[in-house]
Design a protein around this ligand. Structure first.
Ligand code: ADP
Length: 263
């Protein structure tokens, strides 16, 4: 990989195998995530992008019967070590989902919720304003902070969910197809926002939209599905700078995927 995108490795997936019950969903994943960069996970449907994303903050633990063989290092500590607290971990590595999921509360209370349960003693108004600014939503909602968050448009709701994540100052933000339910204008706003967040956070994004990966990410991991005895197993095919993956990939299959020949 070219050296220009190398910063400190903040997260490192080293997964030998990941299972849903007895079915193998991922194998042989070695993927370092670089700090203050946007890493995109791309690949055909069912290749395990979301599964891998959920490994990064142990969200798969909430799905019964899942099992991971391997480790994920976060700042050089294995998050799957018994003594690690998954709830605390998810505050440091937060997730934004495909469908905006604000709480059915006021805009203000959506943002204040996380800091409050963490027992934050400082000025909540400041955190709310700052987070909404960071998520490029402040100007649109500053006069209606008491309104129900569900009265916002889809794009605004998604920016609110990002603001809610930012309010607890996560080190990494995982995004699972954050724009796929949004119109092109809202998509642009979220992409700009992601770009602005890089200086203070690290982003890992799953997207089925290759133009989006090419526009916003610094690094791209291409996963594919291998068929074996009737099972579909996700594997990491190639990981490099986004430029290399889209313009000079090492593998023919990557070239075929990024040029839209399948998937
Ligand atoms: P992608 O995000 O690339 O579309 P997923 O991670 O959603 O892929 O899925 C990878 C594989 O794991 C698929 O075969 C899918 O059916 C399976 N899978 C995903 N979620 C679950 C689940 N909750 N229970 C069982 N199998 C699942």
């Amino acid at each position: 990989m070219t050296a220009t995108h190398h910063t400190e490795v903040i997260l490192h997936a080293q997964i030998k195998a990941f299972y849903y019950g007895t079915s193998l969903a991922l194998r042989n994943i070695d993927l370092p995530v670089y700090k203050n960069r946007i890493t995109a996970l791309i690949g055909p449907s069912g290749c395990g992008k979301s599964t891998l994303l959920r490994c990064f903050n142990r969200l798969n633990d909430l799905i019964e019967g899942t099992q991971i063989d391997g480790q994920i290092l976060f700042n050089n500590r294995n998050i799957y070590h018994l003594q690690e607290d998954a709830i605390l971990l998810r505050r440091r590595i937060s997730m934004v989902f495909q469908k905006p999921n604000p709480f059915p509360k006021s805009i203000y209370n959506n943002i204040a919720f996380g800091p409050r349960i963490q027992g934050y003693q400082g000025n909540l108004d400041e955190i709310v304003e700052h987070s909404l600014h960071q998520a490029s939503l402040w100007d649109e909602v500053k006069d209606r902070l008491k309104d129900n968050a569900l009265s916002l448009s889809g794009g605004q709701q998604q920016r609110l969910c990002i603001a809610r994540a930012l309010a607890i100052q996560p080190e990494v933000i995982l995004m699972d197809e954050p724009c796929s339910a949004l119109d092109p204008l809202s998509t642009r706003q979220i992409e700009e926002l992601m770009h602005n967040l890089k200086s203070q956070s690290t982003l890992v994004i799953v997207t089925h939209n290759m133009q989006q990966a090419a526009r916003i990410s610094d690094l791209t991991a291409f996963l594919n599905v291998e068929l074996q005895a009737g099972n579909r197993i996700g594997e990491l095919v190639e990981y490099d700078t986004t430029h290399v993956i889209f313009h000079h990939p090492a593998k023919e299959i990557t070239h075929q995927y990024v040029t839209g020949r399948f998937g």
